[in-house]
Design a protein around this ligand. Sequence first.
Ligand code: MF3
Ligand code: CO
Length: 247
Amino acid sequence: MIAIRNESELDLIRKSGEILKECFLEIEKALRPGVKTEELDRITEEHIHSRGAIPAFKGYQGYPANICASINEQVVHGIPGPRELEEGDIVGIDIGVLREEYFADASRTYEVGEVDEAARRLVETTKEALELAIDRVRPGNHLSDISNVIQTHAEGAGYQVVRTLVGHGIGRRMHEEPQIPNFGPPGAGPILKPGMVFAIEPMINAGTLDVLTLKDNWTFVTVDGELSAHFEDTVAVTDGDPLILTR
Ligand code: MF3
Ligand code: CO
């Protein structure tokens, strides 16, 4: 069952999403070569608490931090720590906010200082894939239309999409039905209806699609060590245009 949210529920998710968006603005102020990812974690925690909300990731299945910070070949779920970001790195920052029982979830991949052309093109393509996917969040479309456009865009640029991690419904829990793969045929799966809310999150690899987890049991990395990028927004189906709740 995919939940259908009413206007006031969407409003609550949007309020969580606004706090989340502010976190990205705070992170952007601090992001520079030399900054430790644990510093970005602290900034986010402080901001979320200052707004009377709760960092949704902390303690989620034992996750030890407020954000995920995934550098270069790290795909998602990198644990913040004393590592300093370096010029030329790309870093995926993933944040979840819980406020008044409703969750929002979003991620941005940032370039640290000047990055090389290969990194820039991967980040750009991943961002574009999310934009195209969001544009499919319309009543009457099929769920897999979202998946298909991400795969088509990524593979058209010569990249591969991660298969073992997916987007998801979101609302009163961080992960709800349905799962939203970043690949698949068009025209399959449930038909989208107003009030459905999705966290859409393309994870795109420059090399092979295969990933593995590090010994910390959280951090996913590409098997071949090539770069990976991740963008995510929480988006509602309306009667008309997609409603992005995390911007
Ligand atoms: N945005 C991630 C997701 O959708 C959440 C990170 S998992 C956590 O799965 F454990 F860090 F919370
Ligand atoms: Co998510």
